[in-house]
Design a protein around this ligand. Structure first.
Ligand code: ATP
Ligand code: MG
Length: 422
């Protein structure tokens, strides 16, 4: 048997977990500041939920989902994104009946069968949020400015650009699609095979094609943003005005086409120049038709998701010094009696909120001190037969190398005081 993980899946190692916690905690604090609460969802849903939400002609549904049959034959899919599950839960738990505004955030692993590269995995983590109920532009602006605040809180906005656009609604988008088809039809032979098919199934997708020939033609195509109906145009103008008033820096990029079909009106992407072709860090937008599409009442909504791995890569660039494990005290001991004493002292220190490690067995003092050194502890306590007899504990300051002794018989509080004073 080969002992290895599945291609495209990765571990977050203990030495990196602190950095992950830091980013996650920042996000959670900003969510709470905006009145959002966490929803924990299953990672598996009926395939139908994703196919209906994302659209059957999207890349995710066509090529990237992990889909398999359950024992009873029903088709299940490992979630490729979070919004569909939130919408499913919103309907199933009648959240719409409890409040006109529902604010939800989630974190967790998503699954997409893509070609793995740096910053692109088959199993990856997202943090996201959904604001369901309101359709006013202030809700779009609140959500986008919240995303920006999270990224500011993590200290990486110097690497980022926020781009926004509008994809119109059920009134102006169909008209725009006709314009697009009329534009691309004479160019049909010069489009890639996928795009020739998209011309019939989903012409908007052509704008998103990475094939050079297609993107060249697409750059001359009519733009949605010039084809918005009056309501969509004023909605977009108000989103921009609100973002301006909140001091959120953005640029309008009419070229944004999101990879999912459910978006209407506002869409946005936060990109970076630091990660090669994995340039998208966060993305989202308005999806006024999704909840209804899944069988719920008409519920306008706006949401976003960001990729943790890409965020972490930027965080490493901004703060290369790392976020190691922090331990305050290491206890070394010599002799049976001292080991018992060390164990009691370790529990006492932890009870006082001091992170403590100790040697378990009977290693030489030299090897214990080596481990103490590696542990990054600020103080090493040493207990030997002599210390037991005299009722003291030897204390070594790991920064200065200076040694002295405690004066108290129960030294917990004394050690806490020394750590506090450092
Ligand atoms: P990309 O264009 O890079 O494939 P996407 O448009 O498919 O991104 P979304 O569906 O909008 O991505 O997901 C939101 C965020 O999740 C992305 O901006 C990115 O940071 C992250 N993400 C998406 N797919 C992956 C992946 N395979 N591995 C790591 N992170 C990902
Ligand atoms: Mg993708």
């Amino acid at each position: 048997m080969e002992t290895r993980s599945i291609r495209g899946f990765h571990d977050v190692l203990p030495e990196d977990a602190k950095r992950w916690h830091r980013v996650e905690e920042t996000a959670k604090a900003v969510f709470e500041l905006h009145g959002f609460s966490e929803l924990r969802m299953p990672v598996l849903e009926f395939t139908e939920i994703f196919a209906r939400s994302l659209g059957t002609t999207t890349d995710i549904v066509e090529k990237e989902m992990y889909t398999f049959a359950d024992r009873d034959g029903s088709s299940l899919t490992l979630r490729p994104e979070g919004t569909a599950g939130v919408a499913r839960s919103y309907i199933e738990n009648s959240m719409w009946a409890k409040s006109p505004v529902t604010k939800i955030y989630y974190t967790g692993m998503m699954f997409r069968h893509e070609r793995p590269q740096k910053g692109r995995y088959r199993g990856f983590y997202q943090i996201g949020a959904e604001l369901l109920g309101p359709e006013e532009p202030a809700s779009d602006a609140e959500l986008i400015s919240m995303v920006w605040n999270i990224l500011e809180g993590t200290g990486i906005t110097k690497y980022l650009t926020l781009e926004i656009s509008s994809l119109g609604d059920g009134i102006c988008r169909p008209q725009y699609k006709e314009k697009l088809v009329a534009f691309f039809a004479p160019e049909r032979e010069r489009l890639c095979e996928d795009c020739q098919r998209r011309l019939e199934t989903n012409p908007l997708r052509i704008l998103d094609c990475k094939v050079k020939g297609c993107s060249e033609i697409a750059s001359r195509a009519p733009r949605m943003i010039d084809s918005l109906c009056a309501d969509c145009a004023s909605h977009f103008a108000e989103v921009r005005e609100a973002l301006d008033s909140a001091g959120v820096p953005y640029v309008v990029n009419p070229g944004i086409v999101r990879g999912l079909d459910y978006y209407t009106r506002t869409v946005f992407e936060i990109t970076t120049g630091e990660l090669g072709s994995q340039n998208a860090v966060a993305a989202g937008g308005r999806y006024d038709g999704l909840v209804e599409e899944l069988g719920g009442p008409r519920t306008p909504a706006v949401g976003f998701a960001m990729g943790m791995e890409r965020l972490i890569l930027l965080h490493q660039a901004a703060f290369p010094e790392g976020f190691g494990r922090e331990i305050s005290v290491f206890i070394a001991h010599m002799g049976e009696e001292a080991r018992k004493r060390a164990f009691r002292l370790a529990s006492e220190l932890r009870g006082l909120g001091i992170s403590t490690e100790m040697e378990y067995g009977g290693k030489s003092l030299k090897s214990q001190l080596k481990r103490a050194d590696k542990s990054g502890a600020r103080l090493t306590l040493i207990i030997g037969e002599d210390e037991i007899r005299r009722g003291v504990v030897k204390v070594r300051d790991m920064d200065t190398g200076k040694e002295d002794e405690t004066t108290e018989i129960n030294p917990g509080l004394e050690i806490a005081g020394r750590l506090g004073g450092k």
